[in-house]
Write a protein that binds this ligand. Structure first.
Ligand code: PLP
Length: 389
């Protein structure tokens, strides 16, 4: 390899390795190794089109992709052969797909989603040109059911498309399907569609106790989950699942590739199904359960430690996300914290250790003692103003 190329790669690798160890504010697992899949990097792999229809191009990992879909279908308690899905480029694509299916089912439908919904959804609604309305959120990030009900009452003649958060981005709040169903029943809504955005919690919630209601047994129509978040992957990916009947409304046969055009993109990643398959095979159900339990425990520890040192910290029931008042800029930078308005969060993902949390707590202590100095200075200044003017 040319020295110049080699040096550049070394620099990139060092920077990424360092930053991979230092973030606390994003829901990304970093405890994986996919070196065993390295030989696949020297091949053309392409899962073009529908995973269930082979292509004339034999360069795919569709058999593996179908196993991944089956794994999720089981985890989300779908009846055998009742759902369809594919491995996406991430949670956003799965949400776009769910909304696309909803629009095909109800071209005249109205999408209801809370103000805590992921930023990409607005753009997707715009792309799809579907009517939509933002519903207020409660303080904990959950949708405001009263506001939702009032909004639907005004539009009862329209089919309702519910875009629910199974874990909002900022506070990991869960919109409760049971309460949505009560509203549907109360208002006697006949035509409706339920999509769940379970980017982070899709692989987590099945192991929580109590188990949040969000899956096919509970009557959802489609769901999107990110693969690179809780499972972890060097390439962003995800999974989307829907009831068969919805998929059957879209996608025509394309003779050029000999498969069906049911997916958003044509050429599709064949490596990410391998990555997900490899990770899930190695973890198994019991591995996933342990993973969830350790993260919930670490989140509890983080919340307790922060409260102990006087930080205003809290989290939703069983959440991996601890919400806190935004500290000084240097802390946010050092620990790669995502800030929204006056709050930030620590997300206790697989790969984050107690030691990392302790380091963060030490930095918070330093920050708090500086705060005292700052507020003293302010008080002295205020007293000076009061005395002299
Ligand atoms: C991360 C996230 C998304 C987007 O998922 P990507 O995999 O980054 O495309 C959507 N919704 C929620 C709630 C998320 O947390």
């Amino acid at each position: 390899m040319k020295t110049e190329i080699k040096n550049r790669l070394t620099n990139e690798l060092n920077r990424l390795e360092l930053n991979n160890k230092s973030y606390l504010g994003y829901p990304l697992a970093n405890d994986f190794s996919f070196k065993a899949l390295a030989p696949f990097l020297d091949l053309q792999i392409n899962n073009v089109g529908d995973p269930y229809t082979p292509s004339t191009l034999g360069l795919d990992t569709k058999d593996i992709e179908i196993e991944v879909i089956d794994f999720f279908a089981n985890l989300l308690r779908a009846k055998k052969n009742s759902v369809w899905g594919y491995v996406t480029n991430g949670g956003s694509e799965g949400n776009l797909y769910g909304l696309y299916l909803a629009r095909e089912a109800y071209p005249n439908g109205m999408v209801y989603y809370s103000e805590s919904t992921h930023y990409s959804v607005k753009k997707n609604l715009h792309l799809l040109n579907i009517q939509n309305i933002v519903i207020r959120s409660q303080e904990n990030g959950e949708i405001d059911y009263d506001d939702l009900e009032r909004s639907i009452v005004l539009r009862r003649h329209k089919p309702a498309i519910f875009f629910l958060n199974i874990g909002t981005t900022m506070k990991e709040a869960i919109d409760q399907l049971d309460k949505i169903k009560l509203i549907i029943k109360k208002l006697a809504i006949k035509d409706y569609y339920i999509h769940c955005d379970a980017a982070l919690l899709g692989v987590v919630a099945p192991f929580l106790n109590p188990r949040p209601a969000f899956d096919f047994q509970e009557g959802i129509d489609s769901i999107s989950i990110s693969g690179h978040k809780f499972i972890g992957s060097p390439i962003p990916c995800g999974i989307v699942l829907c009831k068969n009947e919805h998929k059957d409304r879209v996608g025509s046969s394309i003779s050029y590739v000999g498969t069906k055009d049911t997916t958003i993109t044509g050429s599709r990643n064949g490596l990410t199904p391998l990555i997900l398959w490899y990770a899930l095979k190695n973890m198994g159900i019991s591995g996933l359960r342990n993973r969830v339990n350790s993260c919930v425990e670490l989140a509890q520890y983080t919340e307790d430690r922060l409260q102990e040192i006087g930080v205003n910290a809290w989290r939703n029931t069983n959440a991996l996300t601890v919400v806190l008042d935004t500290p000084s800029n240097w802390i946010c930078k050092k620990h790669q914290l995502a800030v929204e308005n006056e709050i930030t969060h620590i997300i206790c993902m697989p790969g984050i250790t107690k030691l990392r949390i302790d380091e963060f707590i030490e930095d918070m202590k330093t920050d708090l003692s500086n705060e005292t100095v700052k507020s003293d200075a302010n008080e002295i200044y205020d007293a000076f103003l009061a005395a002299n003017f």
